[in-house]
Design a protein around this ligand. Structure first.
Ligand code: ADP
Ligand code: MG
Length: 254
């Protein structure tokens, strides 16, 4: 996707603001902060990508040299690993800044979930997390922005992975089915993590609410809920300590 990264990121930050047009006046300051952060994140990610590509490319071509001493090979492998970690962080941040509603097309929720899973595959596999899919192709098509809706699932899977971090693995179940009431399609993301008490689950959709200290932004689920409501859908959570967490998203049929 070539030209004008800067203009794009401005437009994206604005459409993120647009998503929140229905919010109360006192949230304005936080939305401005978010829009500014979106611009900063998009700009910074683009700047970091170039030099990072050089670092990874050079490391990989150096590693192909058969005359390399073992110690140097080890150092190069560590550089490559660190570079890949930065790359994945940058990709995540870019994904966050790509929230946009400018292109609305027919979206199939099953393909959307599959596409999100491709992006989270490394993350789940490297942590020994089992993915269980139950995708009912009879779920109706939706109207929406594919990449923006994909962010919903990437975020929910990411949170599930983080929730199960301390327990050495677990299961994430993704299901898609037609709504029983004929409204449209329902998707569920369920994990076997620690779950949350009511005091926490009541606040998780608020902007900047996080229990992860400096490692969290508290923006993930807020952005998720804005994306879902911008698509005229609903999101609910079911969770209890020791019983895992299930997010349920209902979206109207096209
Ligand atoms: P962040 O991930 O940056 O903390 P989010 O908005 O994505 O922000 O999530 C807010 C909070 O909701 C998290 O800090 C965590 O306490 C809680 N949470 C979200 N998803 C889960 C989950 N699958 N299991 C347990 N807690 C969760
Ligand atoms: Mg999160």
């Amino acid at each position: 996707m070539p030209p004008k990264p800067k203009r794009r990121s401005n437009a994206d930050a604005q459409s993120l603001l647009g998503l929140s047009a229905s919010l109360a006046r006192e949230d304005l300051l936080q939305m401005e902060k978010l829009a500014a952060m979106g611009r900063l994140v998009a700009g910074l990610s683009h700047e970091v990508r170039g030099p990072l590509g050089t670092i990874l490319g050079s490391t990989q071509s150096l590693q192909r040299n058969p005359a390399l001493p073992a110690a140097a090979k080890e150092s190069l492998a560590r550089i490559e690993e660190a570079g890949k970690r930065i790359k994945s962080l940058v990709e995540n941040l870019l994904g966050f800044s790509r929230v946009s509603l400018t292109t609305i097309v027919r979206v199939d929720l099953c393909s959307l979930v599959e596409s999100a899973l491709e992006l989270t595959d490394f993350e789940t596999r490297s942590r020994g997390i089992e993915i269980v899919k139950s995708l009912d192709r009879k779920a109706p098509m939706l109207n929406g922005n594919f990449n923006t809706l994909k962010q919903v699932f990437i975020n929910l899977i990411g949170n599930a992975v983080q929730a199960m971090e301390g327990q050495g693995g677990g299961t994430i179940k993704l299901s898609v089915s037609p709504s029983p009431d004929g409204f449209g399609a329902v998707a569920e993301v369920a994990d076997t993590g620690p779950g949350m008490p009511r005091e926490i689950s009541d606040k998780i959709f608020e902007p900047f609410f996080t229990t992860k200290g400096k490692k969290g932004t508290g923006l993930g689920l807020w952005v998720v809920s804005r994306i879902v409501s911008a698509h005229k859908g609903r999101i609910t959570v079911e969770s209890a300590p020791g019983r895992g967490t299930t997010f349920r998203i209902s979206l109207p049929a096209a």
